[in-house]
Design a protein around this ligand. Structure first.
Ligand code: C5P
Length: 487
């Protein structure tokens, strides 16, 4: 089959290819392949009357599903008997939706062939620093930088020595010297080489340079009768380590904690069609539920009537009135943390009409109000099942801090999140909030300590940011503290 030398193309075509490949972050050669592929896909007649089955039917899961890769790795395969495991490593990485571009050292080609590596990676394999095709556009720099991680497997004693000393006399070492990406190295060598003072020095240097090592494991060597530390880690171990570097686990500081949250207004019925309500949207409480869930907590959200979608992964109990809210809160105990963000109606109608109240000549029907149960105070004053951390909200239109401080004492909770809800602030129903965290403990920096009560004033933030900040404070405060196990 004819071969195409990009170098020999017209200047105009070369410039076009250079610009297009730079824009698409591909090598010029890959760009040409894409262009040809697009041309062929758009063809009208089949390529051959006996076309082979589509490649997808034999491709790994990720390719079959057509899902695009989420990360890319440059895999450098060194010259050792363990190179055969790198073929499996390519498959394991691709299963994890990681695109793999492979580089083989000269010695590696004694153990695995570029053809096998290319067939598994579905990419061209790179072997030569002076390859005119890929060096036409500084291929070693692309391989070093156009990836999220470099994996060296197997890393021979010689390759590690070159890395530790900054050599760059072949493609693999040039890439390793030119990269600014994280490097994961899976050493594989004879135990005597691994224990040699020179290798020890090189390993220590690589670790100081920030290179991450996986293995080697101990076990039998390829050499008959030899055993010890030096076996390359298994492909699955290397793929897992690579995945951890590419997608570090999200911190879950509230894992194992049960968080109970109230949100929204309550509706207190007057008759079957009318009720007393307030302007609470529930946004702040819902944002706290979502943030606590993201921090790993088991979250139970007791919500009054709101126009919001239930946060994912949260158990939501929908209620109407304050009394129903209290019932659901009590049913949800025990909890490690309780956050009462609901704007609960203070009063309800004493004698709720069984039928719709009618206008009469006698004038307006008298509406007698009685006090609702105070859910925050009730839970704060529990003796048996009191959650170790109880947080209330204070929505005030005047004397914000003073009122919030006295609420902290009156209700018996541990923290109060105070916010000004006077109409000018737009907090009620809006997306932003300015809050002050009032607590009985020592405050953070920026807090003005007042006796035993600390006031920590936060800048104006979105309700989601307030939620994340509050959850971070909670996580700091409850780490290590747990509710008593239920007897
Ligand atoms: O008494 P006030 O409504 O100002 O207190 C606000 C705090 O008390 C909020 O945390 C709110 O959820 C809670 N609260 C309650 N039950 C009530 C009234 C308020 O849990 N009946």
């Amino acid at each position: 089959m004819a071969s195409l030398t990009i170098r020999k193309l017209d200047e105009g075509i070369k410039t076009y290819l250079r610009l297009r490949s730079a824009k698409n972050r591909r090598s010029v050669e890959e760009e040409v392949r894409v262009i040809l592929g697009e041309l062929i896909e758009g063809r009208e007649e089949p390529l051959t009357p006996f076309a082979a089955p589509p490649a997808a039917s034999t491709a790994p899961t990720s390719q079959r599903s057509g899902a695009p890769p989420e990360a890319s790795v440059t895999l450098i395969i060194g010259g050792g008997i363990a190179a055969y495991k790198s073929l499996d490593l390519i498959r394991r990485l691709k299963e994890r939706r990681i695109e793999v571009r492979c580089v083989l050292t000269t010695a590696a080609q004694q153990f695995v062939t570029p053809l096998a590596v290319s067939a598994l990676s579905h990419e061209r394999v790179h072997t030569d620093l002076f390859d005119p095709q890929s060096e036409f556009d500084a291929g070693h720099i692309r391989l070093a930088r156009e990836c999220d991680l470099i994996v060296v497997a197997p890393a021979t004693a010689d390759l590690m020595a070159k890395m530790a000393n900054g050599h760059a006399d072949d493609l693999a070492s040039a890439i390793l010297l030119a990269t600014n990406r994280k490097v994961l190295v899976a050493p594989a060598m004879n135990p005597l080489m691994w224990n040699n003072a020179a290798t020890r020095r090189n390993v220590a240097q690589l670790q100081r340079d920030g290179v991450v090592l996986i293995g080697p494991n101990s076990g039998e060597m390829a050499e008959a009768g030899e055993a010890g530390i030096g076996r390359m880690s298994e492909a699955i171990e290397i793929a897992t380590a690579a995945e951890r570097l590419l997608r570090p686990p999200v911190p879950r500081p509230l894992a194992g904690k049960r968080v109970l949250i109230t949100a929204g207004p309550t509706h207190e019925p007057i008759d079957p069609v009318r009720y007393i309500a307030n302007r609470s949207s529930g946004k702040q409480g819902f944002a706290i539920a979502a943030a606590a869930q993201a921090a790993g907590a088991e979250v139970i959200l007791v919500s009054g009537p709101v126009d919001l979608r239930d946060p994912q992964g949260v158990t939501v109990k929908h209620v109407e009135s304050a009394r129903q809210m209290l019932e659901q809160v009590q049913a949800a105990l025990p909890a490690d943390i309780a956050i009462f963000a609901a704007a609960v109606a203070d009063w309800r109608v004493a004698n709720e009409g069984e039928q719709k109240l009618k206008k009469t000549s006698a004038g307006m029907p008298p509406l007698q109000l009685v006090e609702n149960p105070d859910i925050l105070a009730t839970i704060s004053k529990l003796t048996g099942e009191r959650p170790p951390l109880v947080i209330g909200f204070a929505a005030e239109t005047e004397h914000l801090i003073d009122n919030a401080k006295s609420k902290l004492a009156r209700k018996g909770c541990d923290w109060i999140v105070a916010n000004d809800v006077s109409p000018a602030t737009g907090v009620m129903g809006g997306d932003r909030n300015t809050v002050h965290l009032i607590s009985r403990k020592d405050g953070e920096k920026n807090s003005e300590k007042d006796g035993e009560i600390a006031v920590d004033s936060w800048p104006v933030m979105t309700k989601e940011q307030v939620a994340i900040e509050l959850v971070a404070h909670i996580a700091k405060s409850v780490t290590g503290k747990s509710r008593e196990p239920a007897s």
